[in-house]
Every structure is written in C-alpha cells, then in structure tokens.
Ligand binder design. Structure first.
Ligand code: UDP
Ligand code: MG
Length: 334
C-alpha cells in the first residue's frame, strides 16, 4: 500500500480511483548488474507511470559480487515501490525468478532481465494482452543479433530437443513474460520441484496463453552474458529431465533393438558354424564391443542424470537462501 501511496503522490492525482487500480509486480533477477540496474529501474518507472496500474518492482540480487544490492537499496530508499531481496550466494536465475514470484503481491507479475535486453516499453503490450484476458503472455524473441552464432545454435538445438522430447514448443520465448496471479499461484504453491525450468513450467501450466514479439536489445553495459557454459548445460539438463522421461524409454527401445540385432547375428553365426564355416574378424568384434560398451555407458549416464535429479529433490535443501531484504514483507514466508 505504501507503494500505491508513493505512486499516487508522484503522479499528483487526487482521484481516489487510483487506489482501485490493479497492482502489477515487476521481477528483476540481477547478478552483477550494478552498472545497469538503476537505468533499468528508471526506464521501467517511466513506462509504468504511463500505464493504468499501481506497481512494485522487486529486484532479486542473486548473490552479486559487485554493488548491485547497494544500488538496489538506494533505489528502494528513493522509490518505496522498489523492493530488493539478496541471496546469500549465487543460486541462479531460476531461483531468483521463483523468489520474485513468491514475494510479488501483484495481480500480474512481469519477469524481465535487468540488463535492458528486454525493452521496458514492451510491457504495455503485455498489459494489453493481460487485459484481453490472457493468463500467461510470453514475449518471444524476434531477432537474435545480440547472440553469437554459437549461442543461437545452442538455443535452437535445445528448443528442438525440448520440443521433440518434452512436447512443448518454446518457440524463441524468453523469461520475459507476464503471468496472471492465478497462474503464478499454481507455479508457486502447487509445483513442488526444487530444480526448475521456469520458461517450460510457464508453458506447461496451461491457461489461456499467448505471445507477443519483441526485439532483443544489446546488453546495455556491453558486457558478456552472466551465464557460464556449465550453468547453461545444467539448465538444459534440468529442463529436459524435469519435463520428460522419454530418454529412459528410448534407452529401453534401443537396448531391445541392439539385443535383436545381436540375436540375429548369433543365429547367423550358429547357422554358418553348422554348415562348417566360422566367422573371423577381430576388428569387427572390437568394433561391436566398443559400440555396445559406449551405448551401455551412455545409457547408464542418462539413467544417472535422472537419479541425480531424484537425489537433488529428496535432499530437500532450500532452492535459495535469503541474506537480506528491503521493503519486502513476510521474509519468513519466502
Ligand atoms: N542472472 C541471475 N543469475 C545468474 C545469471 C544471470 O540473476 O546466475 C540475471 C542477469 O543479471 C540478467 C538475467 O538473469 O538480469 C539474464 O542474464 P544474462 O543477461 O547474463 O543472460 P542472457 O542475456 O545471456 O540470457
Ligand atoms: Mg542478457
């Protein structure tokens, strides 16, 4: 409510109907974004003030090693509708998005990157679709010029595999999206998974969904992506493993196929032996052993990934640890 009061005062509108405006929450995960976070918040405020909503902005500092949280605290003291949460270390963007959803009290929650690659002006289109009744609105990347060829290739391969195995077409969607309160409640309250793939879950929950296109901007400070290759591989694995058990079925099917081929070759060998000829070929034997050995180890690896996922889930450790908060009520509840 404090946010609404400040919002009202900054607009200097005496109309009491402003109190009836729905509240929207903007969630900004931030890891080492001290150069951009203030510009991002200022640009957002310019856009949000044009919209007919009350608003709050929640910055989630994902264990930054720079002054991101100090800057966020200053922003919060300047604008009471800016709130901040700081993790005790870097827990990853997925965890930051989750805590942002939990802390948000808005009727709609918009998640966007803090580096201005997701242009704040686009939120009006998200709001428009929300007012038309859509519950989840994905902002879909229209261009990928900001990404290197390698990044584009990786994303396409992942989307292809995810679509094929998981049956969900992510079609260039990003973490830039608007989620209605009812959909957010489903994600926060009914999905118990620890390791999450937010973008996939937002598609998976259903409801009335739509997309809007947006042009990805270059990183405002010109720096590199905060994602390390290892984190991206982990996210891809979490995405696929948490959405589908098809790889396990593929192992069974291909194992069966290898067995059938092996049996056919064995029968052929027995028949040849009965006719007095024997198989020779050391190289062939080694080749078959290596292929079957490789296939077995690869299969064990896939099974291992699923076991690792189960292990991570049953350990039941918290997804994140909050070090401090500014302006966020009920910290114990997050
Ligand atoms: N981010 C985060 N935790 C991380 C990595 C990134 O909160 O471990 C944030 C980052 O500050 C940014 C958003 O997630 O606001 C997207 O990250 P980035 O711009 O580095 O990724 P890319 O644009 O390459 O997808
Ligand atoms: Mg970025």
């Amino acid at each position: 409510m404090e946010a609404i009061e400040k919002n009202q005062s900054s607009l200097s509108v005496s109309d009491m109907s402003i109190m009836d405006r729905p509240l929207v929450s903007i969630v900004l995960p931030a890891f080492n974004e001290k150069e951009t976070i203030a510009i991002m918040v200022d640009s957002l405020i310019v856009e949000l003030r044009k919209a007919a909503f009350n608003f709050e902005i929640i910055i989630v500092d994902d264990g930054s090693t720079d002054d991101t949280f100090e800057v966020s605290k200053k922003l919060s003291s300047r604008y009471p509708f800016v709130k901040a949460i700081r993790f005790s270390r870097n827990f990853g963007k997925e965890a930051a998005l989750l805590v942002g959803l939990k802390a948000a009290s808005g009727e709609a929650i918009v998640s966007m990157d803090s580096d201005l690659q997701h242009p704040p002006a686009i939120i009006h289109e998200l709001f428009k679709k929300w007012q038309e009744g859509y519950k989840v609105i994905h902002a879909v990347k229209e261009n990928r010029d900001a990404d290197s060829i390698l990044q584009r290739g990786r994303a396409s391969v992942f989307n292809l595999i995810f679509n094929w195995l998981g049956g969900i077409n992510l079609c260039n969607s990003s973490d830039f999206m608007l989620i209605d309160r009812c959909a957010a409640n489903v994600i926060v309250k009914t999905i118990g998974e620890k390791e999450r793939f937010h973008r996939g879950l937002a598609h998976w929950i259903g409801f009335n969904q739509t997309t809007i296109p947006f042009r990805v901007q270059k990183r405002h400070d010109g720096s590199k992506s905060r994602f390390k290759f290892k984190a991206l591989v982990k996210l891809a694995l979490v995405g696929i493993i948490s959405f589908t058990s098809v790889p396990l079925h593929l192992i069974s099917i291909s194992g069966l196929m290898v067995l059938v081929v092996g049996l056919v070759i064995a029968l052929d060998a027995i028949a040849s032996w009965a006719h007095g000829t024997t198989f020779s070929g050391y190289a062939t034997l080694i080749m078959v052993m290596l292929i079957i050995g490789g296939f077995t180890i690869f299969s064990l690896g896939i099974i291992g990934e699923y076991i690792a996922k189960i292990y991570e889930e049953v350990k039941n450790r918290p997804v994140y640890i909050i070090e401090s908060t500014v302006g966020v009520e009920q910290r114990w509840n997050l």
